[in-house]
Design a protein around this ligand. Structure first.
Ligand SMILES: C[S@@+](CC[C@H](N)C(=O)[O-])C[C@H]1O[C@@H](n2cnc3c(N)ncnc32)[C@H](O)[C@@H]1O
Length: 371
């Protein structure tokens, strides 16, 4: 088939012409090439965030390549490449110029970029992208060393107490903001999967800025919640509750769930979200014993995590988050369903109920009651 193309006209490409039979795909290194170059995709996103591309595009209401280059201070060639990648990765949408319109195609944020990558938006996620670029990426670059030494590589355990001691408080603030966004979506999934109607008071152990209490107390208006976290983080949770007008509903308490002999009482449901994967088995077991001791009879513990299958074959999100715990913690691990079931039973809890969750921060809620 021949096509006549006039100069400047968009060339339509029929995607099916490019498709290969599935059988042939199995015998090619396509999947390996994708694995090998996976970091290219992350670095495109990280560069877009660092340059303020998405924030600028929202402010400008979309723009063409030359305007974007001028706005970001980039030469024409790399601007064109960056825009092509962001469009291919569905961070940007490219709109061809209309009939007779001057200038080139215009670029706009996709709905995902507009919601999560524009600074000062309530769901801004760029803080996590920046944190990952600055700490996670160089740490993962030393993965083989982490595997050989069984030590974190994003921070030095001989020098620091934890990953959260950094010289850059602004970066850390951004990380917490993004964690709040991520967990807000896990909280929505949890509120859907598990009915909190029968509960009155929630204790969120290591609750961060309070994404779960905010989401759950809004969904279940009779519920009251306490966030327990280290002093600096509890202050963030307090500020967040006040900012959202929830200071009468959510209390933030300073505490150390490792050193304090017991957890605060007076709650009938205790949540541990992305806590147990940070620590070793003995610490996890001890923490569940403290939850058991703090709950009344009939009280419930809820664990939200990316849980590893018992045969340790996946899912990839849990396996990779587990390896991230090697890079980022002293002794953390993404534990299996069987391990959590064993720890809960040993702490005295009744049978475990597994509620699947479809969220980036957790694939399941593990629920158990104190008899
Ligand atoms: C991975 S974050 C999880 C935050 C929150 N649960 C969520 O899912 O969004 C781990 C949390 O544990 C808190 N944390 C770490 N060590 C702690 C300790 N010893 N006592 C209290 N909180 C602690 C951190 O400050 C942080 O908020």
């Amino acid at each position: 088939m021949t096509r006549s193309i006039t100069v400047g006209q968009e060339i339509p490409v029929r995607r099916e012409e490019l498709a290969r039979p599935a059988a042939a795909a199995a015998a090619t290194p396509v999947a390996l090439m994708e694995l090998t170059t996976g970091f290219w995709r992350f670095k495109v996103l990280a560069a877009g965030v660092e340059l303020g591309l998405f924030t600028a595009l929202e402010r400008l209401g979309g723009a063409d390549a030359s305007r974007i280059g001028a706005e970001l201070g980039l030469p024409a060639r790399p601007t064109r490449m960056l825009l092509a990648c962001c469009t291919a990765l569905e961070l940007l949408e490219r709109r061809a110029p209309g009939e007779g319109a001057g200038g080139g195609a215009r670029y706009h944020n996709t709905p995902m970029a507009a919601q999560f990558l524009v600074e000062d938006r309530p769901h801004y996620f760029g803080g996590f992208v920046r944190y990952s670029d600055r700490y996670g990426y160089p740490g993962w670059d030393r993965l083989t060393e982490a595997l050989r030494t069984d030590r974190p590589t994003t921070w030095d355990p001989d020098v620091q107490e934890s990953a959260f001691v950094t010289a850059d408080p602004a970066l850390l603030e951004g990380f917490w903001g993004a964690m709040f966004t991520l967990s807000s979506f896990t909280a929505a999934a949890l509120g859907e999967a598990y009915d909190f109607t029968a509960h009155r008071r929630l204790l969120d152990v290591g609750g961060g800025a309070g994404a779960f209490p905010v989401g759950l107390c809004r969904r279940y208006p009779h519920l009251r919640a306490t966030v327990l976290d280290l002093p600096r983080v509890a202050a963030m949770a307090r500020a967040k509750a006040a900012e959202l007008g929830l200071e009468q509903v959510i209390e933030a308490r300073e505490g150390d769930f490792l050193r304090d002999p017991e957890l605060p009482g007076g709650h009938d449901v205790i949540l541990l979200s992305m806590i147990l994967h940070d620590w070793d088995e003995a610490t996890g077991r001890r923490l569940l014993e403290k939850c058991y001791a703090a709950l009344p009879s009939g009280g419930t513990v809820v664990i939200c995590e990316l849980v590893l299958d018992d045969d340790e074959s996946g899912p990839p999100s849990a396996a990779l988050m587990g390896l991230n715990m090697l890079v980022e913690t002293r002794a953390g691990h993404n534990w299996t369903y069987a391990e959590y079931a064993d720890w809960l039973a040993a702490a005295g809890f009744g049978p475990l109920t597994v509620l699947p969750l479809d969220a980036a921060g957790a694939n399941a809620a593990l629920v158990a009651r104190k008899p």
